[in-house]
Ligand binder design. Structure first.
Ligand SMILES: Nc1nc2c(ncn2[C@@H]2O[C@H](COP(=O)(O)OP(=O)(O)O)[C@@H](O)[C@H]2O)c(=O)[nH]1
Ligand SMILES: [Mg+2]
Length: 388
């Protein structure tokens, strides 16, 4: 797929910047991006998105200092300047873009408030699907972050064609602060979604047996709602005749150097095993996978490691384990020493983390209302104010 990313706010900008970095490193031209923010310093911190593709909004309101964690202001500023954002996207977005992906941390202000507004407008203007990657805050960041994320997410799911969720709290290590984990977490995000979004694009490795194309990704996501992604990577596979440029080795984490020569049976067993590990392992949003309505199974790796039977069998296994019956899948041939499996669990019906987030938001709202009441009863209505 050819994807146009909009990195909204600080987290969104950093992640979009890393997608561009990956595209450069692999010398592909699958991704393009702009970054939008109300904070000048956040935009200055980016490394790969060109300066001319970084948009500072809300200058008359916050003077380049950001909106803090006020996502209402984030939404207002975005609505006020939507024309210039849309026109910036319009001049950079080429006719061959297959999808838009807005990336944002949902717990803050700019990305949290701005993303749903932008999604609505992009959907009105373009025929291509509009997706979001929404990053959930960790509970330790405080109730305001959860409240922001809950409000943003409930709006976002209605304005996008589908929203991928990455949960910071599920990915940071015990005892590690969220901030210290950012770089590692962003790496995990870009690795998974990089493989998924690139599927269907021509790579140097040639044509696969049963290639997943963009329309299959789009059809998998058609149900809307929220989506979680699983991922696993094999051991290093047997060396190939032509030494690879290492498509995946550039983006996948290296395992040990085991080199084995596989027969057909082994190959298919290995693929099934990898897909299982992807779905049963840590998902971008931990959730009940059996509540997914649709799924996509994607195998990326060297063509001689791909196995039709293995892919078919893993698809059936996924189908047996999810609520719906629509499971798509295939391979994405790439020059690599590894095989990666990506399992997209689309339109999830049950994720405890989301339920929890919504509950925190509800109680936070009640507390806010209560404290407002207190404030208003403390002063006597009979006393006349100095002016009104
Ligand atoms: N995964 C990840 N999360 C981040 C990063 N930076 C900030 N966040 C989280 O994203 C949420 C919003 O923060 P931020 O992006 O700074 O807000 P904004 O700039 O107002 O949109 C918070 O919950 C942060 O913990 C990052 O680089 N990676
Ligand atoms: Mg910030």
């Amino acid at each position: 797929m050819k994807v146009f990313f909009v990195g909204f706010g600080q987290a969104g900008g950093k992640v979009a910047d890393m997608f561009i970095e990956q595209d450069r490193r692999l010398q592909t031209q699958n991704f393009s991006a702009i970054a939008v923010n109300t904070a000048r310093t956040d935009l200055m911190g980016l490394k790969n998105i060109e300066l001319k593709d970084r948009l500072l909004i809300g200058q008359t309101v916050v003077k380049g200092h950001g909106v803090g964690t006020d996502n209402l202001t984030g939404a207002r500023v975005t609505a006020d300047e939507i024309d210039s954002i849309i026109s910036a996207i319009g001049t950079r977005c080429t006719h061959d873009v297959d999808a838009f992906v807005i990336v944002a941390g949902l717990g803050g202000g700019t990305g949290s408030g701005g993303s749903p507004v932008l999604a609505r407008h992009l959907k009105r203007i373009y025929r291509e699907p509009v997706y979001a990657i929404g990053i959930l805050p960790a509970p330790e960041e405080g109730r305001l972050y959860s409240y922001n994320a809950a409000r943003s997410l409930s709006t976002l799911v209605n304005e996008t064609d589908n929203t991928f969720i990455f949960d910071n709290s599920a990915w940071k290590n015990e005892g590690e602060s969220v901030k210290d984990a950012y770089t590692r977490l962003n790496d995990e995000i870009v690795r998974r979604f990089g493989v998924l979004f690139r599927a269907g694009e021509v790579s140097k490795a040639g044509v696969g047996e049963m290639v997943v194309d963009s329309s299959e990704i789009i059809n998998t996501l058609r149900g809307g709602g929220i989506t979680s992604v699983g991922y696993a990577i094999s051991e290093k596979v047997a060396p190939r005749v032509k030494q690879s440029q290492g498509f995946l080795s550039g983006i996948l984490r290296k395992k040990d150097k085991t080199e084995e020569v596989l027969t057909g049976e082994d190959k298919s067993a290995k693929i099934i095993n990898l897909v299982r590990r992807a779905m049963l392992g840590r998902l971008t949003l931990p959730c009940d996978y059996s509540s997914a309505e649709r799924a996509l199974v994607l195998l990326a790796g060297p063509p001689d490691e791909m196995d039709r039977k293995g892919v078919e069998k893993s698809k059936s296994w996924v189908e047996e384990n999810i609520a719906g019956v629509e499971v798509r899948g295939g391979d994405y041939p790439v020059d690599s020493d590894y095989v990666a499996a990506v399992v997209v669990l689309a339109t999830i019906g049950n994720a405890p983390r989301i339920t929890e987030l919504m509950e925190i938001a509800k109680s936070t709202k009640e507390d806010v209302l209560k404290s407002r009441e207190k404030r208003s009863t403390m002063f006597d209505d009979g006393i006349e104010p100095l002016f009104e």
